[in-house]
Design a protein around this ligand. Sequence first.
Ligand SMILES: [Zn+2]
Ligand SMILES: [Zn+2]
Length: 119
Amino acid sequence: MFKSLNLGDTNMDEKRIEALWDCVFCGNKGILGRYDTCPNCGKGRGVETVFYLPEDVQSAVLSREEAAKTTNRADWLCAYCGTYNRADREHCIKCGALRSDAETDYGSVNSQTDFGNFK
Ligand SMILES: [Zn+2]
Ligand SMILES: [Zn+2]
């Protein structure tokens, strides 16, 4: 999870800040947005996780190289098991379903898909 922020630098580039989040399971605080599971207890962050900016925003600004690796794509929910997945994942971390299957683009859904097994 990254937030874009204009810090009013002389260059007009938007700065990309790595947001932080707190683990609701073990109380671990200030987990970097790049992690989608708690480094302390291993539990995944939920959809309701609140992100916030670090107090020292300047030091949290990503370098140009780091920012290039981040994405503006939205995080997504698996259509099959409801698991919350990070934007840069192409497969569900839980059931392995393809992200493209989860995205609501029914117009391009392959009609070969066999729904006969769902009862
Ligand atoms: Zn935790
Ligand atoms: Zn899934």
